[in-house]
Design a protein around this ligand. Structure first.
Ligand SMILES: Nc1nc2c(c(=O)[nH]1)N[C@H]1C(S)=C(S)[C@@H](COP(=O)(O)OP(=O)(O)OC[C@H]3O[C@@H](n4cnc5c(=O)[nH]c(N)nc54)[C@H](O)[C@@H]3O)O[C@H]1N2
Ligand SMILES: Nc1nc2c(c(=O)[nH]1)N[C@H]1C(S)=C(S)[C@@H](COP(=O)(O)OP(=O)(O)OC[C@H]3O[C@@H](n4cnc5c(=O)[nH]c(N)nc54)[C@H](O)[C@@H]3O)O[C@H]1N2
Ligand code: SF4
Ligand SMILES: [Mo]
Length: 722
């Protein structure tokens, strides 16, 4: 009924010359189905409507998605290449002039060549992102290693999905962020969700979450804040930031003690149970409560509900992953599913809420410092050989593994890296310990930035190349289920903007590497080479042709050949990807956060998102509706904590850590722990919370600890206006 009404309303609103282009949202890993509305007379995008025929999101979209189309023809678009002609103004919007593509390319080639002649191949670096299609991500890896010949490439997923990836690899031997399709979620009996603000960050998952409860199932939420999701949970485990590992061990201990372990499954399909059982014994409800601050009875009840549920799904996101033990946290939550055998069948399993639109595909095909297409390892000679065959280079020509995203800034600081090609990321806002990172960017001899808006990071560049938005190009993206989907082009690039792949092909040619790139004239050409390069790797996309994607509403990888329809459910045959086919249950000793509160810094600072903004905010802060709904950052403070500092709602307060300080509006709320403060990170310049965060890196994933550091508040004494 309601749907009919909606369509009638849309029908009435229709422009007389309108065509719909079937595609997906520009932003998060949900990749909601949408139709872009295009005026066929002007060939410009004029609006959007949700797609009811898309099985994952069935007509749902969030405030960012419904306004995403406003990016394409926005006044702030960069329309021509820009060259800096006043180096004294680095780090500001000023000092750029417009240039032709030829002039920009020539300058880049000259500077990159000079740097490599003087300091060696590895003096150049590429820092990339995963708002790009698989084809672009694939080509960026090839561009770094073949066109520039450098080992230093890494990307923003290091700050996002790297801990999930590390945990999945260790536990299952394969890193697909969801073991089951999203269409299973509402049919399970218990959702255990840790460190995800689902209602704000993956809003179009929420109807499935509510449906679990409506059907009599349970929702358990682990978060230091009472988010909209937590407020509706059957149990809210309101832990101290950075203590997930203790909580997961405590719950596992109770699961084992109370007889909820599936011994048959454990014996046949896993390793590591005995050591883990022994290790978690210490984590009694009382001890776990001491470490986490969660009441013992809540921990006991959570273990009971999860243990008894016939089917359950363990889910997590950056709350538990962006820690210096993020990989351990992920494996510890996966332990719950492995010990109870609630995995490898429909309606039961494990999933992470993948962050960026192509956060899954973008991490599989060679943008990470140690990976090659198909999730191959650059340290494995056989893998290198397979990729070399497709690229037409010799194994000796393949660069060595590089370092992680944050470590690249350290190398820039030390002048080991002197040149940077930055695309699709805005680290001058989103990297931790920003005072250091911004200085490292300033310290570069030569920096190129490809973006469609002038970002905070672009302000450090010597050359800015105008790229296109998602709506001006086509290609595939892998959503948070592991489903490969198709993004379609709705409009020609505006001004002189070009897709990233085209810039890379043209630059490669000018760098004398045309032989490896000149055959790539369209996205389809890249898609064909990319599928081939992934063939035989475990993230095998070879069978995922664009036709099949269209016919099947996407294709879940692995998909090996033409006949293969893909793999919606992982591990149905109970075969995991470790050499012996077994999954690993991990014994993980507890470690506290890298920096714990003390007398000088008594509060724990945690950071994250609001529904209206996306990541560094470079895209969403320009959309009038989103800016109006959330114009500036704030610091969430519990009423009792506010009282000790004599703070009033909405007054400004100085928040500081050992690394930096910023001034924020106070938001007094009972939805946060008394010992914790929270700030969203989408804001520019001196309002960036990353001026304060700590770059303590996970030893395996090299993920920084965005979610916990020690902080202090100071009231700003203001004079009364007379
Ligand atoms: N609106 C919006 N949606 C987005 C994005 C966006 O920028 N804006 N970004 C997308 C991307 S790239 C990502 S990665 C995802 C992120 O999605 P989420 O991970 O859901 O988002 P965050 O706000 O970073 O963190 C989630 C929750 O973790 C909690 N938390 C903090 N510390 C801890 C802790 O120590 N343990 C636990 N268990 N929880 C903790 C926070 O209180 C917060 O509610 O969202 C995607 N969707
Ligand atoms: N304190 C704190 N910091 C965090 C986090 C946190 O929770 N707390 N979360 C981290 C996480 S999960 C993430 S994912 C990172 C993200 O951090 P960033 O990588 O900085 O994310 P974006 O804002 O998406 O930056 C993308 C930039 O590229 C541009 N862009 C978009 N699409 C394209 C394209 O196709 N081509 C080109 N050339 N440019 C494009 C956009 O305009 C934007 O300027 O931030 C991390 N930082
Ligand atoms: S939930 Fe994510 S993909 Fe869907 S409309 Fe919002 S931002 Fe876009
Ligand atoms: Mo992310």
């Amino acid at each position: 009924m309601q749907r009919d009404k909606f369509f009638r309303a849309i029908e009435n609103m229709k422009h007389p010359n309108e065509e719909l282009v079937k595609t997906h949202c520009a932003y998060c890993g949900m990749q909601c189905g949408m139709n872009l509305r295009v005026n066929t007379q002007t060939n410009k995008i004029i609006g959007v409507e949700p797609r009811y025929d898309w099985p994952v999101t069935v007509g749902k979209m969030c405030p960012k998605g419904v306004t995403a189309y406003q990016q394409t023809n926005h006044d702030d678009r960069i329309l021509k290449p820009l060259i800096r002609d006043d180096a004294t103004l680095k780090g500001t919007k000023k000092g750029f002039r417009e240039a032709s593509w030829d002039e920009a390319y020539e300058l880049i080639v000259k500077k990159f060549t000079e740097l490599q002649d003087n300091y060696g191949k590895d003096t150049l670096s590429v820092f990339s992102g995963v708002s790009m299609t698989n084809e672009k991500c694939y080509l960026t890896g090839k561009f770094a290693r073949v066109a520039l010949g450098t080992r230093y490439i890494d990307y923003n997923g290091r700050f996002c999905m790297s801990s999930a990836a590390g945990g999945f690899l260790r536990s299952f031997g394969v890193d697909r962020g969801s073991t089951l399709p999203w269409t299973d979620i509402h049919e399970t009996d218990c959702l255990f969700i840790a460190g995800s603000n689902t209602a704000e960050c993956h809003p179009t998952s929420m109807f499935r979450v509510w449906n679990v409860q409506e059907r009599g199932g349970y929702l358990i939420v682990v978060d230091p804040r009472e988010t909209p999701l937590a407020s509706r949970a059957d149990i809210h485990l309101d832990l101290k930031p950075g203590t997930d590992l203790a909580l997961a061990n405590g719950i596992l201990n109770l699961i084992i003690q109370n007889g909820y372990a599936d011994e048959d499954f454990v014996n046949k399909h896993t390793n590591g149970f005995a050591e883990t059982k022994e290790l978690v014994k210490e984590f009694t409800p009382e001890y776990t409560s001491q470490l986490t601050g969660v009441a013992p009875e809540k921990i006991i009840r959570a273990a009971e509900i999860y243990g008894k549920a016939p089917n359950a799904i363990v889910m997590f996101a950056r709350g538990s992953e962006q820690q210096h033990k993020g990989v351990d946290n992920v494996s510890a939550y996966i332990n719950m599913a492995l010990v109870t055998g609630k995995i490898g069948r429909p309606k039961a399993g494990v999933a992470t809420f993948t962050g960026q639109g192509n956060g899954q595909g973008g991490r599989e095909h060679g943008q990470k410092s140690d990976l090659l297409p198909g999730y191959r390892k650059i340290t494995n000679p056989k893998h290198v050989e397979e990729v070399c065959k497709v690229w037409g280079i010799t194994p000796e020509e393949m660069p060595l593994p590089g370092v992680s995203a944050y470590e690249m800034f350290e190398l820039m600081d030390q002048k080991t890296i002197r040149g940077l090609y930055l695309l699709c990321s805005n680290p001058a806002i989103s990297a931790p310990n920003l005072n250091f990172v911004r200085n490292a960017l300033k310290n570069l001899d030569f920096m190129v930035c490809a973006d469609f808006y002038l970002s905070d990071s672009a302000e450090f560049a010597d050359v800015i190349l105008p790229s296109v938005t998602w709506s001006e190009d086509e290609g595939t993206v892998t959503n948070l289920e592991g489903r490969i989907i198709k993004i379609n082009k709705a409009q020609e690039p505006i001004g002189e903007a070009k897709p990233d792949w085209q810039m890379q092909v043209e630059l490669a040619e000018r760098l004398g590497k045309g032989k490896y790139f000149s055959h790539l004239k369209t996205t389809r050409d890249i898609a064909a080479e990319f599928r081939l390069a992934s063939k035989g790797g475990y993230a095998d996309y070879y069978g995922a042709t664009w036709d099949k994607i269209d016919k099947q509403d996407g294709v879940f990888w692995p998909c090996k050949d033409e006949k293969d329809t893909g793999t919606p459910h992982m591990f149905l045959d109970k075969k995991f990807y470790h050499p012996d086919g077994k999954a690993q249950i991990c014994a993980l000793p507890y470690r506290p956060p890298a920096e714990e509160p003390d007398e000088s810094y008594p509060l724990c600072l945690t950071t994250g998102r609001v529904v209206y903004h996306y990541l560094s905010g470079n895209q969403t802060r320009r959309i009038p509706f989103l800016r109006a709904m959330c114009p500036e950052p704030f610091v969430e403070v519990h009423p009792e904590t506010a009282a000790t500092y004599k703070l009033e709602h909405e007054e400004r307060v100085r928040l500081f850590t050992r690394r930096g300080e910023a001034i924020y509006k106070v938001k007094i709320t009972e939805a946060i722990r008394k010992d914790t403060v929270f700030v969203p990170y989408h804001f520019e310049r001196e309002q960036s919370i990353n001026l304060l965060t700590i770059a303590a890196l996970d030893p395996i994933s090299r993920m920084p600890e965005f979610k916990a550091c020690a902080a202090q508040l100071e009231k700003i004494e203001t004079k009364k206006v007379l």
